[in-house]
Design a protein around this ligand. Structure first.
Ligand SMILES: Cc1cc2nc3c(=O)[nH]c(=O)nc-3n(C[C@H](O)[C@H](O)[C@H](O)COP(=O)(O)O)c2cc1C
Length: 379
């Protein structure tokens, strides 16, 4: 199977963009990706970051539901410690029904302490946040099952009531609305991993959830797959690399020089210089890139990233870079292209999305799949 393409919409809009512009850019991207043949669009949830200014990804999905036909949507991620699990389970179920199943659910613990603080979590340390994720998700599953329970938990109380029996055939006053996900089946769950000893990848493996990583260097990515597959095998499942989605900065133009210019001098370069390079330094992400490139982390600048880390170039160059990366780390099933703010002049962005979906993705395959194809050709 060839690599699939997805978009991850954080969306890295430059400060000053209005809510309406951000929302419009989200809906326009969903329509463009649907037309270009992208299989999924993930949308972030952030309450605190000025550059990541979507607090409610579900609103963009709802607006795009009637204007798209193929693409699947996922919040990536709903931050479970920040909301009541029943409220979230009902909204997720309803949206999955509205999208008639073109929905999967990303869950996360939350990356930013300011956002946790706003939701009443003063000392957001990872162990507690991960405990909250586990308790919240357990409640959500019970709500979707629609069987009576009452849970008095460490973080939340929640329940599902008995449906009272009807007194006459026409009596509908006691009937409970069904907000379980589309067709009564649970949606596919995706979990985002970031740190190199990722607890999220362990949870994903244990529960057979879809693993989603941010590319932060070869060692971290390989480690994510190891953690996920160890936990997955231990829980009795067979790990499938095709389910692994990895987000990356990818930009394609007709020539290498044009692609590099559009990145360095355009919205991607602006965003990295103002926001992502400082924040990646803070989260330690530069260490992995510096190690892969054999340089000091302090020397990692935009040009280094464009030449050595991002996947930027003509379709042929982008295919070569992805195949080289796949050989080095084992590959993955879905390339989640990181979205950027081309709102003022979208045509290079739309061209890039088209090239990635139509000219790049069909030529990139998991290394195992490539071997199988060449063996079949020889036989
Ligand atoms: C692809 C991806 C998307 C993410 N999206 C969000 C998000 O929308 N909001 C947020 O607060 N954190 C987001 N995070 C961070 C997660 O909430 C969480 O802090 C992180 O994945 C924990 O990873 P770890 O278990 O490897 O330490 C994202 C992480 C990844 C890898």
């Amino acid at each position: 199977m060839a690599m699939e393409t997805g978009l991850i919409f954080h969306p890295y809009m430059r400060p000053g963009r209005t809510a309406r512009q951000t929302f419009e850019w989200g809906v326009q991207n969903s329509i463009a990706c649907d037309k270009a043949g992208f299989t999924s669009m993930m949308i972030s949830e952030h309450a605190s970051q000025i550059w990541e200014n979507i607090p409610n990804p579900e609103l963009i999905m709802a607006a795009a539901a009637l204007q798209t036909t193929q693409i699947r949507f996922a919040p990536m991620a709903h931050i479970l410690p920040h909301q009541h699990p029943t409220k979230l389970a009902i909204m997720v179920g309803w949206l999955s029904q509205i999208l008639e199943g073109r929905y999967f659910l990303g869950i996360g613990a939350g990356a930013y302490p300011q956002a946790s603080y706003m939701h009443g979590i003063r000392d957001a340390e990872p162990q507690m946040l991960n405990e909250m994720v586990r308790e919240s998700f357990m409640i959500m599953e019970k709500i979707w099952k629609r069987e009576p329970f009452f849970h008095e938990g460490k973080f939340w109380n929640a329940g599902f009531p008995e449906e009272a029996p009807a007194e006459t055939e026409e009596d509908e006053q006691h009937m409970l609305a069904d907000f379980s996900p589309w067709n009564g089946a649970f949606p596919e769950i995706a979990v985002t991993g970031f740190s190199s000893n990722s607890p999220s990848m362990k949870l994903a493996g244990e529960r057979n959830f879809k693993p989603v990583s941010i590319f932060s260097g070869l060692d971290a990515l390989k480690r994510h797959w190891e953690i996920y597959s160890e936990a997955n095998i231990k829980a009795g499942f067979t790990p499938d690399r095709q389910r692994h989605a990895v987000s990356q900065t990818v930009f394609c133009a007709d020539t290498d020089a044009e692609a590099k210019r559009l990145v360095m001098d355009g919205p991607i370069g602006y965003c990295f210089n103002r926001y992502l390079i400082p924040i990646w330094q803070r989260f330690g992400m530069m260490d992995g890139f510096a190690k892969d490139g054999g340089v000091d982390p302090a020397d990692v600048d935009l040009e280094f990233l464009v030449n050595n880390v991002f996947v930027v170039g003509s379709p042929d160059t982008v295919v070569d870079k992805l195949n080289t990366l796949f050989e080095a780390c084992g590959g993955w099933g879905t390339l989640q292209v990181e979205s950027h703010d081309y709102y003022d002049d979208p045509s290079p962005w739309w061209n890039s999305l088209e090239l990635i979906a139509k000219e790049v993705a069909p030529r990139v395959k998991l290394p195992g799949a490539r071997e199988a194809v060449s063996k079949a050709a020889v036989a």
